[in-house]
Design a protein around this ligand. Sequence first.
Ligand SMILES: [Zn+2]
Length: 399
Amino acid sequence: MEPMAQEQKELFGYPYPWLRSCWRELSHRYLSQTLPHALLLVGQRGIGKADFALNLARLVLCQSVTGSTEALFSSNLGASANLVSSDDSVSKSDSMLVEDDRELPMPCGHCRSCLLLRAHTHPDLVELEPEQKGKAIKIDQVRELIEFVSKTSQIGGYKVAIIRPANALNINAANALLKCLEEPTAQTLLILVNESPQTLMPTIRSRCQIVTLPLPSTQLAQAWLRQQPQVREAEVKESEIDQMLYLTHGAPLTTLHYFCGDMQQNRQQVLDGFLALTKQNMTPVSLAAEWSTLDVIDIIDWLYYWLKGIVIRQEQVNCAGNTSEIVMAPVLATENELFDTVLRCPALAPMALHLFVNVLLEAKAKLVTTANPNKQMLLEDVLIKWRQLMMQGPRVDWG
Ligand SMILES: [Zn+2]
């Protein structure tokens, strides 16, 4: 592949197509100097909140924003048009994914600021994250941020701080951050990123302008995924894209993540373990320990997907094929074995699976809405309930 083609695929600072309307609004507010000093970007996992925040930082720090004037509009047109026509397999409807970009304000990608950003060495951008994944953002990190905000910018424009996930701020850190939010310094933009506004302190929330980033339509998500090199190279089937989108509740980046890296392997590991638990060849505690390196939300999502599959199969059996729900063809061979093992379980009460679906939904809600939840304990609790269900049916004390 030619270097230029690769470059175009990673258009610097371009928003995902489903976030374009949010981009349009915020970039125009920036250019008209009406951007608030603190934004809180919220939305479902896997829709690109972090990338959006970083792109916004790039726009605000760029010294030569393009796309906002007639002259730059035409020079940018070439890049977009090439992207569309470079591959014949991109259908006309898919080309809608990029055709609007040329008119949106974008970071130029070439000025001193943009070059520093590309090298991840821009002195006026700070990204505040937990030092370890899943841990809290500490007060010392916020103190450094306060110092950063109080100084003048080094390049001579804006200073930007991205804080994510904002609910990782522990109470002391959040209180320290309030100072920045209450007494904003000029030409400073704080971007807080979180799945839900509800898990943040009201005092933090009320000092930020909340921007809700949307999910794409299924059609747009499918079209976008089909265009991604990883999906093309892996020759992923359309039906598999649809299934994974269903599994990730329509989140395109989580779906894409599944098709690259070790997600497929992880999913198989969870499936094997869950089958072993169902067959009582493993205990809930040892299984939770085996899964400790995996993402708990992924695990809960997969379990939810399989449970839905089992419930649908159970309904089909009970109603002799008269079901209105979509039948999901299993992707993995082990899934069939799991479905059969569960449905043949003698202790399985009629409503037991629905009750367990609720257990999973509650666990997911806890993971998303609690600051620093104890993930290991939560997972053990879910698995213990499953084990009880398979051995003796649902218990009254579940809730
Ligand atoms: Zn630039």
